[in-house]
Design a protein around this ligand. Structure first.
Ligand code: SF4
Length: 193
């Protein structure tokens, strides 16, 4: 008899709170990469995620204590790296950025204070857009300060390696400003596949 594959977890609105869960740890920081969104990017992988998607691409980073603490020194380094003219922006991944809002907001606020809108910010999340609309103020604040959101759990049954910047067909690349203005998810205009 085959064992039925269980899917990712589905939290109730506001059930998972960053202030209760985040340990302020990061799994990795990768400056000057070409894979985590459009253009040359600096990517911060925060630690901790509860979605537990089967087939998760970064399982070790589901642990909130994986890696090392996020520090002011690292933030200084990221801000300096973003200052390179060829860097298009920052990418937040995990783990789950929206369960590490204090870390992400500290960095995002500093990027906006330093560079305004000249650097763009992408974030990957296991939450769907519709779920984030029902979430706590810290998650909504982070959402409002990023440009592009890749949303939704990784669903193994919908895995497709040909998709741009996402692993399964349920995930969407969302233009945050347009979506907030129209109150519904608007897909990134440059989506090819
Ligand atoms: S949401 Fe992302 S980091 Fe979290 S378990 Fe799913 S694939 Fe892994």
């Amino acid at each position: 008899m085959s064992v039925k594959q269980r899917g990712p977890k589905n939290p109730a609105p506001q059930e998972w709170r960053s202030e209760n869960l985040s340990q302020g740890y990061i799994a990795d920081y990768k400056p000057f990469n070409f894979v985590d969104g459009e253009g040359v990017r600096c990517s911060l992988y925060v630690s901790g995620c509860l979605f537990a998607c089967p087939g998760c691409y970064n399982r070790v980073a589901q642990n909130f204590r994986y890696g090392r603490p996020y520090t002011r020194e690292l933030e200084d380094q990221i801000i300096a790296d973003l200052g390179q003219s060829y860097v298009q922006g920052l990418t937040l991944l995990g783990g789950e950025p929206f369960l590490n809002t204090k870390t992400c907001l500290s960095l995002v606020n500093r990027i906006r204070a330093t560079y305004g809108a000249t650097k763009d910010i992408w974030a990957w999340t296991g939450y769907t857009w519709e779920e984030l609309m029902q979430e706590s103020a810290d998650k909504r604040e982070l959402l409002a300060k990023i440009d592009i959101l890749v949303d939704g759990r990784f669903m193994q049954a919908q895995m497709d390696l040909t998709l741009q910047f996402r692993g399964s067909a349920n995930q969407r690349i969302i233009d945050v400003a347009k979506s907030l203005a129209t109150q519904k998810p608007v897909i990134w205009a440059k989506l090819v596949h």
